[in-house]
Design a protein around this ligand. Structure first.
Ligand code: NAP
Length: 528
């Protein structure tokens, strides 16, 4: 039978356990002290230490000083995905000693449990510590019931089952498994991997006893793990319940999308009981299954799904139909999906705040998805549009479809515009390639760069140097998101809060990306 009354443990813990790593006990304890006040439920990854056994007195001291802290001792062996290279007997010795050093819970891998003698496991149990028996599948989400059956003979206090999500629907498999267990209060279920991020937030809603988080971004102990502060502040995991509506941004890659930070901030500010998740997928069928299974109330759609999703929507607004792409999906009560294109509003809205588009002469650089939104959007408002693209044929096709003209690079120096819009990735952090425009080409009253990372692109700098007014891509990003918020909730979007969060996230990204080839932008961001 389980050793510690689960109720006793449960009354001490929240929904988030912070996994702490470090190469020395001092480093781990310093990190623990930094989080313990906010998140007193902590897993110490003893397997990251060179000499875990010798370090235990220091942890004992920590628990005696921090009586509100609840600690899990984990010493996962390398064969099971951890870092401990010692023997099974040594792992057992460490866990037994941990149990008498203030730890409330120990994590024993299923593989270790199966290799130990019953009497050895009894020794661990006799310490009175609560036991997690854990199983990690680093390749797939399969046979969860079978894993549960293997853990069951050990009668642990918690069953930790951690498969890897290869698809979004693997999360559904895990959540359904937890929901269908007769008593799921002792199950911890999480899917690893970028596609498994949903399970790290919604797993607790399905009944997972708690979830694991990284101490900070960059200190993840499992693929796809989210930092504790992000789980608590951005995703508001402590408030996620059965009534929480689920939204998300779908595409590939989605890992560094700023949409979750922005949209969750908007939901929090407007006290909407909703959570917005990153849905990593390149397969539309996978996404659509998730939308109907969870169910998801609304989607932001990005590359590569913006065009493909059109065929699966009940109805789309006229501009989405013209552009042939949709970035916003609303799921109606009957389950039917409706499509909108808020990229257009994200471009036209900021422009109309500054000038009348009727009869305005607009140059659009690029002929891809964003350019199509720009061209059709400003044409719809009566602008006279010129398109310049690396591949002239694509520009010509878009010009024909939208009633615009194409223009050659050589003609720019002699032509004046009211607005120049950059809808190519040129200037984006990490993007290689010479700039399309030089100073002599900027004969315009306004420059709008749709690229938003970095905020200050080379084109924006060039315009500023010539005292030309600018609009940054951040404004488009916030505006397209604000319109999505309004479509989904029917409430006005908290645009200022959304802008604040996006700028903060961009500055943080710039500071934590040393490999970024955009040193000028980084210096600028730091100075501010
Ligand atoms: P896309 O569909 O892939 O189109 C990219 C366009 O840029 C194509 O016309 C392409 O020309 C051109 N291009 C690509 N690399 C180039 C290079 N090295 N030199 C010259 N032209 C190049 O991409 P998209 O979805 O339109 O997005 C374009 C950019 O808009 C993104 O990178 C993003 O920064 C920005 N954007 C911003 C927001 C926002 O909310 N602020 C939203 C969406 C997009 P070819 O036809 O010759 O390939």
């Amino acid at each position: 039978m389980p050793t510690v009354a689960p109720q006793f443990i449960r009354s001490r813990i929240g929904k988030v356990c912070v996994a702490i790593t470090g190469t020395t006990p001092a480093e781990m304890l310093e990190k623990a002290l930094a989080v313990v006040k906010d998140t007193p439920f902590i897993e110490f990854r003893l397997d990251y230490l060179e000499k875990p056994l010798a370090a235990l007195p220091k942890f004992k001291h920590f628990f005696s000083e921090n009586t509100a802290a609840t600690g899990i001792a984990t010493c996962r062996r390398s064969a099971n995905g951890g870092k401990f290279t010692g023997t099974l007997a040594a792992e057992l010795e460490i866990l037994i000693k941990a149990a008498t050093s203030g730890f409330h819970i120990v994590d024993l891998e299923l593989e270790s449990a199966e290799s130990l003698k019953k009497a050895d496991i009894q020794k661990l149990r006799d310490t009175g510590v609560a036991i997690i028996v854990s199983y990690h599948d680093f390749s797939a989400t399969k046979d969860l019931e079978g894993i549960y059956q293997r853990i069951q003979p050990f009668h642990p206090d918690f069953y930790k089952i951690v498969p890897t999500a290869r698809t979004l629907t693997d999360n559904v498999t895990l959540m359904r498994f937890i929901e269908h267990m007769e008593d799921h209060s002792n199950i911890i279920g999480i899917c690893m991997g970028d596609a498994g991020i949903i399970s790290r937030v919604l797993g607790v809603r399905a009944g997972s006893a708690f979830t694991f988080a990284a101490a900070t971004t960059g200190e993840e102990t499992g693929p796809g793990q989210i930092a504790a502060r992000t789980l608590i502040d951005t995703y508001r995991i402590e408030q996620v319940d059965a009534a929480t509506k689920v939204y998300g941004v779908a595409g590939n890659p989605i890992r560094s999308s700023l949409s979750p930070a922005m949209m969750n901030a908007a939901f929090r500010r407007e006290t909407v009981n909703a959570v917005y998740l990153a849905l990593q997928t390149h397969k539309l069928a996978d996404l659509l299954k998730l939308v109907h299974e969870i169910p998801i109330q609304g989607l932001s759609v990005t590359m590569p799904l913006k065009q493909e999703i059109m065929a699966h929507l009940e109805k789309t607004d006229p501009l989405s139909t013209k552009i042939g792409a949709c970035n916003t999906v609303l799921r109606a009560q009957d389950g039917k999906l409706y499509g909108f294109n808020t990229d257009v509003a994200g471009i036209v809205g900021p422009l109309e705040k500054r000038l009348s588009l009727r009869g305005a002469k607009v140059l659009v650089l690029g002929a891809g998805g964003a350019a199509r939104a720009a061209v059709f959007g400003v044409r719809d408002k009566g602008a006279d549009v010129f398109i310049l693209n690396r591949t002239p044929e694509t520009a010509q096709k878009l010009a024909r479809q939208s009633g615009s003209k194409t223009i050659k690079k050589e003609a720019l120096a002699k032509t004046t515009f009211d607005v120049i819009i950059n809808a190519t990735p040129l200037g984006m952090a990490g993007q290689k390639g010479a700039q399309m425009l030089e100073a002599k080409d900027l004969n315009t009253k306004l420059v709008f760069d749709l690229v938003y990372n970095p905020i200050e692109t080379p084109l924006i700098r060039l315009a500023r140097q010539q005292s030309i007014p600018i609009i940054t891509g951040v404004e488009m990003f916030v505006q397209q998101g604000a319109r999505q918020f309004e479509i989904w909730t029917g409430k006005p979007a908290p645009e200022e809060e959304m802008l604040r969060v996006v700028i903060h996230a961009l500055r943080q990204q710039a500071e934590t990306a040393p490999e970024s080839p955009e040193p000028a932008a980084k210096t600028k961001a730091r100075k501010k």
